[in-house]
Design a protein around this ligand. Sequence first.
Ligand SMILES: Cc1cc2nc3c(=O)[nH]c(=O)nc-3n(C[C@H](O)[C@H](O)[C@H](O)COP(=O)(O)O)c2cc1C
Length: 146
Amino acid sequence: MYIVTVLAENGERDGCLIGFASQCSIHPPRYIACISKENRTFEAVQSADAIVVHFLGRDQIGLARLFGGQTGDDVDKFERCLWHDGPFGIPVLDDVPGWFAARILERLDGGDHVAMLLDPVDADDHGGALDLGFQAVKDIHPGHPV
Ligand SMILES: Cc1cc2nc3c(=O)[nH]c(=O)nc-3n(C[C@H](O)[C@H](O)[C@H](O)COP(=O)(O)O)c2cc1C
């Protein structure tokens, strides 16, 4: 599982928990991340040139609940967690094992999600397990059901 964060064109910070993501190329390094059209984060990524993708371990279950179980339509998630300004002014969550910032190269309408082809341009690795899988979060009721 991952958390995507983004700074919208209008200055709004958004972010959500995602499972639909994968590395898709080694040379050049490329990633794909998919955002549901229902999410508040969707509007923000549509207007953005770049996003930050955070890797998660089991210690980040609280962040997963915040970003997956709440919607920015109702709460400001960034008032409820620790973060700092990262590349391109995108919020970077403090309590994660690692993250990368990436430019959005292309978007593909995949149905109820839009897939973004990502070009990672910056990253940080704090160490620690990246073991927060779907089984550990499947009880979270999405803030925006698809
Ligand atoms: C297990 C799980 C997996 C999820 N996977 C995705 C995903 O791959 N892409 C996505 O856009 N939302 C996914 N979500 C849903 C969003 O994280 C959730 O609806 C969130 O509350 C949206 O927040 P927002 O409206 O502030 O953007 C998932 C949620 C859960 C619980």
